[in-house]
Write a protein of this length. Structure first.
Length: 272
């Protein structure tokens, strides 16, 4: 039996394979956030701006709506307001809504609407800035959020059992008389269910994000070539060696690495 995080992570990997997921789903993540990854937990640790690192952002172009394609294991039947429909037990004739049926266990229904993406615009500048901080007080347990996908609304349902279902009523005014799939993203309520695990509907969220860190090999190279980092060198500041900054400018990938979602601890975030 898979736990809820595993079911959700597996579901969204079809499109968001290189992205971390906000967990719990209500966790907000912002571009430029700094995270501390240690002891199996991710803790919030301020922002790049707090640490004197400014950056510019640029928009991405994701699809407006994302739906997990469960390869036939999830069926969606939409019901128009004012019409009766077979298979619905909890919705009134006047209601618009949908019936989500799960024909297989260990699966999820995921839909997000109103997606927008922002990323750090200048990777070279960020690499140089993190090298400067790495010379002083940034270590390889610190992660920088360099891309965020926000959603206006979303709905996530999971189950471990075949035959599970949910009936969703679209809120009045949330969509047309005949609903479409996007209307089920956060703008609905669950009126009937069977054998559901996670039931989550929300608005104004940030479901996906990317993080980078200074490569662990980079720290090893610095120790080998220059000895202890700046704090251990005495009272007088020692400038960052220009060759390190040049390397960051010439080849940011030699300095920074994207952190794989496989390294994301499933325990979620803490502010402590």
């Amino acid at each position: 039996m898979k736990d809820t995080y595993e079911l959700y992570r597996h579901a969204v990997d079809d499109v968001w394979k290189g992205w971390w997921v906000s967990w719990p789903l209500s966790q907000r993540v912002a571009l430029g956030d700094v995270l501390h990854d240690a002891d199996g937990r991710v803790r919030t640790a301020g922002t790049l701006v707090d640490r004197g690192i400014a950056f510019d952002s640029r928009p991405g172009t994701p699809e407006n709506t994302y739906k997990h394609d469960a390869q036939g294991s999830v069926s969606v039947s939409l019901k128009a307001a004012g019409s009766a429909a077979d298979g619905f037990a909890s919705l009134a004739v006047a209601d618009a809504g949908a019936r989500i049926g799960f024909t297989k266990g260990n699966t999820a229904f995921v839909v997000y609407d109103g997606l927008t993406e922002t990323t750090v615009a200048d990777t070279r500048a960020l690499a140089s800035a993190l090298v400067s901080r790495g010379w002083e007080d940034w270590d390889d347990s610190l992660l920088a959020v360099t891309g965020v996908v926000a959603a206006a609304s979303g709905t996530v349902l999971t189950t471990t059992e075949s035959g599970a279902f949910a009936e969703l009523r679209v809120r009045a005014g949330a969509g047309p008389v005949q609903p479409v799939l996007a209307d089920l993203a956060g703008n609905a309520s669950i009126e009937g269910r069977q054998a559901l695990g996670l039931e989550w509907l929300g608005t104004d969220l940030t479901p996906f994000f990317r993080v980078v860190r200074l490569r662990k090999a980079w720290f090893g190279k610095v120790r080998k070539d220059y000895g202890p980092r700046q704090p251990g060198r005495g009272a007088a500041p020692v400038p960052v060696p220009p060759v390190l900054l040049e390397e960051a400018q010439d080849d940011p990938g030699a300095v920074l690495e994207d952190v794989s979602p496989a390294e994301q601890p499933p325990l979620g975030f803490t502010t402590a």
